[in-house]
Design a protein around this ligand. Structure first.
Ligand SMILES: C[S@@+](CC[C@H](N)C(=O)[O-])C[C@H]1O[C@@H](n2cnc3c(N)ncnc32)[C@H](O)[C@@H]1O
Length: 325
């Protein structure tokens, strides 16, 4: 089934899901994550990515509380996690991004539900800050589970880390170093358009840089402050993070789900990597619509990153249709 066939108009009305964007690859609903997930058929999607509010008291707009009691937050989380498990096909992948504090409870719940633990990926926080009688937090958790034996695991390669002062390699690859960039590794197999990710960085040239299999520590995810959406409240993730996840755990033509769409990073990455997608967002969907419309019009967004500003790039892509509610 294609994503457009997963939720019938009757069910969408019943669950108060309003279709706000439709493209060749995906469909976005404005509505509640639980209503959205419960509208999806059993075992109908290949990959779920969830970046829920972290319960830090942020303002996400009307109808969203980001200041719940611990029990309430966990019980709410378990409901959408449960639904996420239900909609995944056997072997499908689930990625959840949150503070380590919540990832621990999520992991315990997913273990109990029989999901297979794959990885705890540490996404390094760019800024350190003091926290009273605690250590300074340095990473967000990205937990990766599958519904049984993983159906898809593509090896994704990332540039090996070098010291920004001396250029020397940070990790010791020991006896395996000579295997890096071995003949036959074709980055395009899993990373359709690396030049769109690091367009003006030397990393884009696989001949100049050594690449290694992606590790569990992601230190290259930049903070995003999208110029046009600087005033947005939700935290926008960097496209490279979603591209990596989607390239690793799905194949072109498969279906990716994001129930907490925000500014549409998951949908943007799915479009770029030719995966189908379906998602929901309870709050303002304009930033996601604007972003996807830009992409459909061949405008790759300009965003600030830890590696410098990316230039706006025009690229011809398939058209899409904007649905005004
Ligand atoms: C951390 S942000 C996600 C940001 C997104 N990953 C991005 O890159 O733009 C969480 C989002 O979940 C939305 N949200 C909160 N509660 C929701 C609910 N019950 N159903 C659907 N979306 C919800 C918020 O409005 C917010 O946009």
């Amino acid at each position: 089934m294609l994503p457009f066939e997963l939720i019938s108009p009757d069910v969408a009305i019943k669950q108060k899901l309003q279709q706000v964007y439709l493209s060749e690859y995906g469909i976005l609903y404005q509505g509640d994550c639980r209503k959205f997930l419960s509208a999806l058929p059993d075992e109908s999607v290949d990959l779920v990515f969830a970046d829920p509010p972290f319960n830090l008291g942020k303002e996400y707009g009307e109808g969203v509380s980001d200041r719940m009691k611990t029990d309430q937050y966990l019980s709410w989380s378990q409901k959408w996690l449960d639904q996420s498990i239900r909609v995944l096909k056997p072997g499908g992948s689930l990625f959840v991004f949150n503070l380590p504090r919540w990832c621990i409870d999520y992991g315990a719940f997913l273990n109990q539900k029989g999901m297979w633990f794959r990885h705890w990926i540490a996404c390094r926080m760019p800024k350190a800050f003091p926290r009273g009688k605690k250590m300074s937090p340095a990473h967000y958790g990205l937990i990766y589970y599958t519904k049984g034996e993983p159906a898809v695991f593509n090896k994704v390669y990332t540039p090996i880390q070098v010291c920004r002062h001396c250029g020397g390699e940070i990790r010791d690859y020991g006896g395996h170093r000579k295997r890096l960039n071995e003949k036959g590794i074709n980055l395009m197999d899993v990373w359709d358009m690396p030049e769109d990710v690091w367009e003006d960085a030397s990393e884009a040239n696989s001949n100049e840089v050594l690449w290694a299999l992606t590790e569990e520590m992601w230190t290259d995810i930049p903070p995003v402050r999208h110029r046009r959406h600087k005033k947005r409240v939700p935290n926008e993730l960097a496209p490279i993070m979603l591209e990596r996840i989607i390239a690793m755990a799905s194949n072109p033509g498969q279906i990716v789900v994001d129930p907490f769409g925000g500014s549409g990073t998951t949908f943007y990455a799915a479009e770029k990597l030719h995966r189908y997608w379906i998602g929901s967002e309870i709050g303002d969907t304009e930033p996601a619509i604007e972003r996807l419309t830009d992409l459909a019009n061949g405008i790759i967004e300009e965003w600030e990153s830890a590696r410098g500003n990316k230039k706006l790039k025009q690229r011809k892509t398939a058209g899409s249709q904007l649905l005004i509610p």
